[in-house]
Design a protein around this ligand. Structure first.
Ligand SMILES: *Cc1c(COP(=O)(O)O)cnc(C)c1O
Length: 414
């Protein structure tokens, strides 16, 4: 009898899951474990963009760590945070002129919600309702769960969550969603609309048309509702462009980024806001201060890692790389579409997803864990969302690696 580990793993059922392999090292698209290499076909939960242990990012961490570690960010500032903020303002859609740092996607979203509510309060307007799109995911803290889809993941915490206004997921031209939002926005009570632009990740890699995003932006403009783009998963090239918002030519009032911000090497998040939101908090009246911080805000080592990541976008042909990867994914998806066991093949840039036809879909579909075990046996790491299988690889993945990932999926016996 082996001793049980005290570790409680996330999104992991300890009663039914087998013992885990141990990661020893990671490089490029692979995690090397005590049981052999694993192709990381989901970028370690969507964080790894360029590849594991990207040399320039690792070097930036090494160099900074020997010189400057965590320093309080309220009383001093530092070059990595300043330079990164300049770069983020430059690289994000127009009008996002202020950068607030935190540590994770969830905190970036919490900050965004607080900025939006703070904005309206300081403007002397009582708006406080938040509109959301059904099936969205924005994190696992109480606030981010409140604006996300309710279900098996969070039913136990329902008494703690605040009420929001839900829009139907945009199907086709999104007419129903746009009409529902128009009616809500016209009420004059909406503080903000928060959404995942183009791709609902945890909600099952559901995708919608950029024109719908542009339409929602237009409604926000007409009724003065703030648009919060949660680009935590979609940012840094995932959708084939630097930001998902770029596909629609949309600039949100607030943008959240984390996951790929450091290339997935070390935790960091940023919430970018437009000038009017910053200005509403800037005052000789100290009650208007943005009272939010986390202990590790703007950790210099993490900021240096992010800056090295940003330099990769500035100095290497990233767009060409994304286009190549998208083309490879597209070939695999069209091959899979001919397989009668699958349906709903869909793609947005580097993200490719397909559903296994099963009588009972949904997140708890038993086919998910079976598919996961099957591909793991072939050295491929995937985490199906119910019966939705998706491949979301680091950008350094080779054609051979992708063949292996999709080959493992195709060899599954339903
Ligand atoms: C992962 C994710 C989050 C939460 O990020 P964490 O770093 O896990 O807190 C928020 N929004 C979206 C869209 C995400 O995919």
């Amino acid at each position: 009898m082996t001793r049980q580990s005290p570790v409680w793993h996330p999104f992991f059922q300890h009663a039914t899951e087998p013992a885990l392999p141990r990661a020893i090292s990671s490089e490029g698209a692979f995690i090397h474990t005590d049981r052999g290499p694993l192709l990381d076909a989901i970028s370690s939960w969507w964080v790894v963009t360029h590849g594991h242990n990207q040399p320039q990012i690792v070097e930036a961490i090494r160099e900074t760590a020997g010189r400057l570690d965590q320093v309080i960010f309220a009383n001093v500032t530092h070059a990595p945070a300043e330079e990164l903020a300049e770069a983020l303002v430059e690289m994000t859609p127009a009008g996002l002129d202020h950068v607030f740092y935190s540590d994770s996607g969830s905190t970036a979203v919490e900050v965004a919600l607080k900025m939006a509510l703070g904005y309206w309060r300081h403007e002397g307007d009582g708006r406080h309702r938040i509109a959301v799109i059904e099936d969205s995911y924005h994190g696992d803290t109480i606030g981010t769960m409140s604006v996300g889809e309710r279900g098996v993941f969070n039913a136990a915490y329902d008494p703690l969550m605040f009420a929001v206004d839900r829009l139907p997921f945009p199907q086709g031209d999104g007419a129903e969603t746009l009409a529902a939002f128009e009616a809500l926005a016209a009420s004059g009570r909406m503080a903000a609309l928060i959404l995942e632009p183009l791709v609902l990740g945890a909600g099952g890699m559901r995708m919608y048309d950029p024109a719908v995003l542009a339409g929602l932006r237009a409604i926000c403009d007409r009724h003065d509702v703030l648009l919060i783009a949660d680009e935590v998963m979609t940012g840094w090239g995932r959708t084939g462009r630097l930001w998902a918002c770029d596909h629609a030519g949309v600039a949100p009032d607030i943008l959240c980024t984390s996951k790929g911000l450091t290339g997935g090497v070390i935790p960091l998040a940023a919430t970018l806001a437009s000038r009017r939101i910053f200005d509403a908090h800037r005052s000789t009246d100290r009650r208007r201060t943005f009272y939010h911080s986390s202990s590790y805000t703007a950790n210099p080592i993490a900021c240096a890692a992010a800056l090295a990541q940003v330099r990769l976008w500035q100095d290497s042909p990233m767009q060409a790389r994304l286009d190549d990867l998208a083309a490879m994914q597209s070939c695999h998806l069209s091959a899979m579409s001919d397989d009668p066991r699958f349906e709903n093949a869909r793609q947005c840039g580097t993200i490719a997803a397909i559903d296994l036809k099963v009588p009972q879909g949904g997140y708890l579909s038993e086919v998910g864990p079976r598919m996961r075990a099957h591909v793991m046996g072939q050295g491929v790491l995937l985490r199906p969302l119910g019966n939705t299988i998706y491949v979301l690889p680091p950008y350094c993945v080779t054609a051979g690696d992708l063949d292996r990932a999709w080959g493992a999926v195709a060899s599954f016996e339903v």
